[in-house]
Every structure is written in C-alpha cells, then in structure tokens.
Design a protein around this ligand. Structure first.
Ligand SMILES: [Zn+2]
Ligand SMILES: [Zn+2]
Length: 222
C-alpha cells in the first residue's frame, strides 16, 4: 500500500474496517496538519483564552462581522499540502480531508465556494475551493470574480484596500450561506465575498476555511 500523500509504501494493519477503505494515509502524514482547536471566535486564529485576534478586531471596527471556521494552521506542513493540492493539481489529496470537511456540515445551508476569475480558471483548470465545498455539502455557484492582480503580488495593506472583485451571478436558493475557501490570510477575500452576498439580500453568511495563516499576535493600530 502506498500513502496517498507522500506516496511511500507502508504496511496497513488488518481489521474488518480496513478492508473497505481505499484512501490510505501513512501514520506520518496522518498527523502532519495542525488542527486549530480553540482560538479567536471569529476566525480560529490561536489566541490565549479565546480572545478576538487583532485581524478580527480590525474587521469588527469596520463593521464587518463574519464567523470563519478555520480547520488547520497554515504552518510549513499546511503550506506544503496546499502547494501540492492547489498548484500541483494533486486533487486526490482533498480526499484525505473528506471526513474532517464533512464534519462541519450543517443542515439547511448552501455551500458557496470562493470563485476563481475566468482567467485563473483557465490556467489552474480547477477551483480548489469548489472541490472542498463539494466535500462538505450541497453547493451553488453564486458568485463570480473579475480579474485583479494576483494577491501574492500585492502587499498586505494593498490587499485590504483593493476594490471588491465579487458579484452575484445568481441568487442562492437559500437564505443561509457558508462560504468555502482554502486559506485565510488577511480575511479580505472572505469579507468581500460576504459583503457582496449580504448586499444582495442573503440573510446569514458565515465561512469555512481549510487553513488560517498564523500572524504574530501583536496589536496593530486600527
Ligand atoms: Zn505519507
Ligand atoms: Zn480572528
């Protein structure tokens, strides 16, 4: 048996349950990602005593309140995982997290992936957020994204101030939306998408994000 993540061969302990399982992850890779358990109530960033993190204090001061459930820390292992999945097109990796993603599912909710722009979709060929969303629950393509400069080319402050690239393509069939994205860095993308949905009349918007970047926890001026 070869590990789905690192491809190295390993021995699977036999049991009746393992007979049906197909997606094998070796013990080393199984514990590779760091789950976020307790932290900022708005984004999951590790904080002491569950305080609101500086990023969220900033968003709240702007009148933007969005609860984001982040599942794993975007540490070295998280970055390696995402690089292989997103840029290497290793989509089979997402199956490793199927159960974790599915566990976030809520009844009566439609999952809306953060879209890629048409141009980005042409080069990447798949939307990494859409695949994650489909593993959680029912999805709808509600948003479209227009092309702006790559986020990786922009500075942090520039990202906060750039114009909102999202528009509603078709209204969702449900007043309760959970946005899905792969990585939460400054929160700009998710907040812009949530704002677009709320302005279109969607009553309840929250989000699930696979990774949360870990910032130095130091208060910045708002
Ligand atoms: Zn492995
Ligand atoms: Zn936060």
């Amino acid at each position: 048996m070869n590990c789905l993540v690192c491809r190295k061969p390993f021995v699977v302990p036999w049991s009746p349950a393992t007979l049906l399982k197909r997606d094998w992850v070796c013990p080393d890779c199984e514990g590779m990602l760091t789950p976020l358990v307790a932290g900022c109530p708005h984004c999951g960033h590790p904080t002491t005593d569950g305080e609101t993190c500086p990023d969220c204090i900033r968003w709240l001061a702007l009148g933007l309140d969005l609860t984001v459930r982040s599942l794993y820390a975007y540490d070295e292992a998280g970055a390696n995982w995402l690089h292989r999945y997103k840029f290497g097109g290793d989509v089979v990796l997402a199956r490793q997290l199927r159960n974790v993603l599915r566990a976030t599912r809520e009844p009566g909710v439609v999952y809306v992936p953060i879209p890629l722009s048409e141009e980005r979709m042409r080069t990447r060929r798949f939307n990494q957020a859409e695949l994650l969303a489909r593993m959680i629950g029912p999805t709808e393509q509600v948003l479209v994204k227009s092309e702006v400069s790559s986020q990786r080319e922009l500075g942090k402050e520039e990202r906060r101030h750039r114009t909102n690239p999202f528009a509603v393509q078709q209204l969702p069939h449900c007043g309760k939306i959970v946005l899905v994205d792969d990585v939460y860095t400054t929160g700009t993308t998710l907040h812009q998408a949530a704002l677009t949905l709320r302005r279109a009349g969607v009553e309840q918007v929250s989000a699930v994000c696979l990774f949360r970047t870990l910032n130095k926890l130091k208060m910045r001026p708002i």
